[in-house]
Design a protein around this ligand. Structure first.
Ligand code: PGA
Length: 244
């Protein structure tokens, strides 16, 4: 079974003094049993590199360009993320899909480019409320995951991360029940076949200290992608401890 991973997605939050405080609170984490990482806005990656260097805590980007370099204003390349010591990068977060029109094909290309550059891509997938109500959840998940599998080949999925984040549970305070999440995680693992055991499958969507243990108790939930609760060291660490 893959080692648990608890990853913080700061989204567009943070400031130099607030980050300093938060990172200081995290840097003594011992990753022997559970890996811990943060994905701040890209401009704060150098600060992570300074504060977290030499610690067990890893960091990464929230998005990556499909292009290696050039005239792509506003974009950040995989090489640049690596240069700042990034270990992970999120691809296809639902906010990118929703507000920036990212398609399965584009997300799969980002996944491939990130991996080729030596980053661990974190593929975010999840259904909307309407899709769940239409009983399309498993079909949507399968389609989103298959796009990445097709881009890199199934063997190359080993060592990557998949985050199941039901869109209706993100930032809403609504969480999938442990049983609802487990059902989707089991389907993800089945689709990954033989490499399934080598992929960390995270749950995301309103994970908090008081619901983390129950989620982590499910067979196929290997950790969490945490938004709001990753901005406070005590909450984020409480979630990580629930995965130990
Ligand atoms: P949330 O966000 O924990 O604030 O719901 C999760 C995410 O979007 O990654």
């Amino acid at each position: 079974m893959a080692k648990p991973l608890v990853l913080g997605n700061w989204k567009m939050n943070g400031s130099i003094p607030a980050n300093a405080e938060l990172l200081k609170g995290l840097r003594d984490w011992d990753a022997k049993k559970v890996e811990l990482g943060v994905c701040p806005p890209a401009v704060y990656l150098p600060q992570c590199q300074v504060v977290l260097n030499g610690s067990d805590v890893r960091w990464g980007g929230q998005d990556v360009s499909t292009h290696p370099e050039g005239a792509y204003t506003g974009e950040v390349s995989a090489r640049m993320l690596r240069e700042l010591g990034s270990h992970y990068v999120l691809v296809g977060h639902s906010e990118r899909r929703q507000y920036h029109g990212e398609t399965d094909a584009l997300v799969a290309e980002k996944f491939k480019v990130a991996q080729a550059a030596g980053l661990v891509p974190v593929l975010c997938i999840g259904e909307t409320q309407a899709e769940r109500e239409a009983e399309q959840t498993l079909a949507v998940i399968e389609r989103q995951l298959q796009a990445a599998i097709d881009a890199v080949g199934i063997a190359q999925m080993a060592g990557t991360v998949v985050a199941y984040e039901p869109v209706w549970a993100i930032g809403t305070g609504l969480t999938a029940s442990p049983e609802q999440a487990q059902a989707v995680h089991a389907a993800i693992r089945a689709q990954l076949g033989d490499v399934g055991a080598k992929v960390q499958v995270l749950y995301g969507g309103s994970v908090k200290p008081d619901n983390a243990a129950e989620l982590f108790g499910q067979r196929d939930i290997d950790g969490a992608l945490v938004g709001g609760a990753s901005l406070k060291a005590s909450d984020f660490l409480a979630i990580a401890k629930a995965a130990v």
